[in-house]
Design a protein around this ligand. Structure first.
Ligand SMILES: [Zn+2]
Length: 319
């Protein structure tokens, strides 16, 4: 959640600090270029400079102090919220009971935020799509001390996802980094079933593993993970997904993570495809569509309705 603080600070610097600097700069030019009124010993110029100094000092103090007070208060509040969220996540990591609460919570928050965002969804359908943002990060488990996928491979997926949602949906995909986790997966390997078995497995230790390792990796997402709004999507790299024809899996709003196989050949859009599922996109048989079950290798597309569904997701926010 704390990420929003640095974003607010950047906004203040761009939208307030810079225009104020420009205004003070223009004032300076006016003072420099003014002709002296010799009858009062150049008093007009003196007044101009005096006022300029006062304005410069006052605006600097206001903007600088305001900016840092806001930042500090924002950071403190967010750390407290993230600690509360993290403790709650530990409860959600308990097998069975935590798993069931997690599933219900994730679907309920999704439905609530979709109801809240209904007007935005309708606006998107008619083409009104101001820029939104969506956080996503990657977790690469290490098994036997070695990461199961190299960072360079992961970054191909990341870059394809960022550019795809940027150009297609006007969404700023904010990548929060690759996290290597050393937590030993249950049974020592990461095989995920992408069917009913996988869904119910998520309530057992397998789901606890995903929940707990993503909570440790992405502490700054703790509070958003609980309230759902703007919750980060975690892309978990796993060794094997069954059935063997699939190389990624998502259970829609059931969790905040999707899984992709470490070995995907040259299919760079698997992550973008799975993120589509987690935002309620079903498969689409149209050739070239991102949601085609055989994910397109190059330049995928989305329909107007699909774009609007993604933008309507609880993960996709303005603030
Ligand atoms: Zn799919």
């Amino acid at each position: 959640m704390g990420r929003v603080c640095s974003e607010v600070q950047e906004w203040v610097e761009e939208q307030i600090e810079q225009p104020v600097e420009e205004f003070v700069g223009q004032w300076q030019e006016v003072c420099e270029e003014q002709d002296c009124n010799w009858w009062c010993l150049c008093c007009n110029k003196w007044f101009c400079w005096l006022a300029w100094v006062v304005v410069r000092v006052v605006t600097w103090v206001l903007v600088t102090v305001g900016k840092w007070v806001t930042r500090v208060v924002c950071e403190v509040v967010n750390v407290i919220l993230d600690i509360i969220g993290f403790i709650f996540t530990l409860i959600l990591s308990i097998p069975i009971i935590g798993g069931i609460i997690r599933t219900i919570l994730n679907w309920v928050t999704e439905i609530i935020w979709r109801l809240v965002g209904l007007i935005d969804f309708l606006a998107s359908l008619v083409g009104i799509r101001p820029r939104k943002k969506m956080y996503f990060g990657v977790v690469v488990p290490s098994i036997g001390g070695t990461p199961i996928a190299p960072d360079s491979e992961v970054m191909r997926q990341v870059n394809a996802t960022i550019s795809f949602y940027d150009t297609t949906c006007n969404i700023n995909m904010i990548f929060t980094g690759i996290c290597h986790t050393d937590i030993e997966p249950p049974g020592g390997s990461l095989n995920v079933a992408c069917d009913a078995e996988g869904f119910f497995n998520d309530w057992l230790v397998a789901g606890s593993y995903f929940e707990f390792s993503s909570a440790l990796c992405k502490f700054r997402d703790s509070f958003r993970r609980i309230i759902g709004l703007g919750a980060e999507l975690i892309v978990f790299v796993v060794q094997e997904i069954t059935p063997t024809t699939t190389n990624g899996c998502s259970f829609g709003s059931t969790h905040n993570y999707v899984v992709i196989e470490a070995r995907r050949g040259d299919q760079d859009f698997v992550t973008a495809h799975e993120i589509g599922h987690s935002c309620w996109l079903p498969h689409d048989g149209t050739p070239g569509n991102l949601m085609n079950a055989a994910t397109p290798a190059t330049a995928p597309t989305l329909t107007n309705v699909q774009i609007s569904l993604v933008r309507w997701s609880k993960h996709c926010v303005y603030i």
